[in-house]
Design a binder for this molecule. Structure first.
Ligand code: AHR
Length: 494
């Protein structure tokens, strides 16, 4: 049955913050070490120790913001261990993630270099769980103070004369869990205290992000908003899709029809979470000054067989492409409140953009979705109304088709669409209103088998292709989305 979509290209809905396309890189498994950082002496071609192949691939995504060093690692990380001559840096055990020895060769200076090379904004996550107010305060001073001070002098001694710009700073991570197992009332007080000493030096104005709720812990959001609204700029929320639940997540590749369906339903569930957290935020912040920051999201499965369970290394199929497409459409459509999102994680961990093995690298289906959707970054959202069919699993319904649209200043409209059905195409009557349209082009990511994924032997099993199954009929485009697909349409004005 044909489904109806109406684009009103002249109905503006506010800017889609580019930071919705943010990423997250934690000291976890092979994300930082091997995935990004190989060291200057490595045989793998690198720039200041950061591998060139991964850098090149990530640069093409226009990553606007990068969160680091965790995650759970953030509340165990002591930043002073990661500065100064590398051979003198303290070694520690990464107790949370696989018990490996962390040699601290990738620290503040290396992270800032990575951000510089990627032309991305750093988002530093400070340590509340096992850190001190002084430690957090000094980190900010070290990074951003331009003048004579103990921390600025130390930075200069370590080779960085000028301070860096640090806009985004997180005060702890998952403080209801790995970040200290706190009650929201206790964390709210700690947040108020710690953030007091996160200073603005010179013209460096810090956007302070408070640790937020786990999934549907609405009470956490309520307490944080009630107790700390004037002292925060953003409040985070974390949500992962686990098809089989947290303790038995399911395999990333070897999954069945039910697991596909439940994954789609769980991906769509984030919209309800956003609405419900936003309703609480609206109560305390009706002007929407405080941003909702989805600084961890993605599809998280069991690790690949034979890999370290603490490394969270998983493959990435066309299912992940559709989950990414659905989630990003939802974030775009909630641009009034969501100002940043950071997929977990950038390399070799959970729903990654790229996977590496020795000197080899592959791009995942999720990577291609991020590249396609990057056209929305900082563009004006325009109205896109979709009357879709609904699919049902476990008595819960979810839309077959999702979409979002934006328009550049030059009037070029980008529409991104997903089809969550593993069985059926979706034919859309897409009425184009509010613009006279010229050339239309498209790109699609899909595959014939839902388990298809890229391997180091077959790098392009799931690769983007030109999208051609659409026809113009007056002011309407008749668009046929393949099953299990993510599609981008670009409509030029006349
Ligand atoms: O992304 C992996 C982990 O998931 C993060 O370290 C933690 O914050 C979350 O529970």
């Amino acid at each position: 049955m044909t489904q109806k979509v109406v684009l009103n290209a002249d109905v503006k809905r506010g800017i889609i913050d580019k930071n919705i396309y943010g990423q997250f890189a934690e000291h976890l498994g092979r994300c930082i070490y091997e995935g990004l950082w190989v060291g200057e002496e490595s045989a793998i071609p690198n720039t200041f120790g950061i591998r060139n192949d991964v850098l090149g691939a990530l640069k093409d995504l226009n990553i606007p913001v990068l969160r680091w060093p965790g995650g759970c690692f953030a509340d165990e990380y002591h930043w002073k261990d990661g500065i100064g001559p590398k051979e003198e840096r303290k070694r520690m055990v990464n107790t949370h993630w696989g018990g490996l020895v962390e040699n601290n060769h990738f620290g503040t200076h290396e992270f800032m270099k990575l951000c510089e090379l990627l032309e991305t904004e750093p988002y530093i996550n400070g340590n509340v769980g096992s850190g001190t107010v002084q430690e957090m305060s000094e980190w900010v001073e070290y990074m951003t103070f331009d003048g004579e001070s103990p921390m600025a002098n130390l930075r200069k001694k370590n080779g960085q004369e000028k301070p860096w710009k640090v806009k985004y700073f997180g005060v702890g991570n998952e403080n209801w869990g790995c970040g200290g197992n706190m009650r929201p009332e206790y964390y709210a007080d700690l947040y108020r205290r710690f953030q007091t000493y996160v200073r603005n030096y010179g013209d460096n104005k810090i956007f302070k992000i408070a640790g937020g709720a786990n999934v549907d812990d609405f009470n956490w959001t309520e307490v944080m908003m009630r107790e700390a609204t004037p002292m925060m700029d953003g409040l985070s929320v974390h949500y992962y899709v686990h098809p089989g639940g947290f303790w038995n997540k399911g395999d990333a590749v070897r999954f069945d029809d039910y697991e596909w369906d439940i994954s789609m339903q769980k991906a769509y569930y984030i919209e309800e979470l956003i609405d419900r957290h936003a309703t609480i935020m609206d109560k305390y912040d009706p002007d929407k000054r405080i941003a909702m920051i989805v600084d961890e999201w993605g599809a998280w499965y069991d690790v690949e067989p034979g890999t370290n369970p603490g490394f969270l290394y998983q493959q990435n199929t066309v299912r992940d492409a559709v989950i990414a497409g659905v989630s990003l459409n939802i974030f775009n459509n909630h641009n009034d409140r969501i100002k940043m999102a950071n997929i977990a994680q950038m390399v070799n961990v959970i729903q990654a953009m790229v996977l590496t093995e020795g000197d080899k690298m592959l791009l995942t289906p999720t990577y291609h979705v991020f590249r396609m959707y990057s056209a929305h970054q900082d563009q004006e959202r325009v109205a896109l109304d979709i009357e879709t069919d609904y699919l049902v699993v476990d008595d819960k319904r979810y839309p077959q088709v999702t979409g979002s649209a934006s328009k550049t200043e030059a009037g070029v409209v980008t529409i991104t669409l997903t089809n969550a059905s593993r069985e059926n195409t979706a034919t859309l009557d897409l009425a184009v209103r509010g613009m006279a349209f010229g050339k239309v082009t498209g790109e699609v990511i899909t595959s014939t088998d839902m388990r298809d994924h890229n391997t180091f032997e077959d790098l392009e099993k799931v690769a983007p292709a030109a999208f051609t199954t659409f026809e113009e009929s007056g002011e309407t485009l008749v668009v046929t989305l393949p099953k299990m697909s993510v599609v981008k349409l670009e409509i030029q004005p006349v």
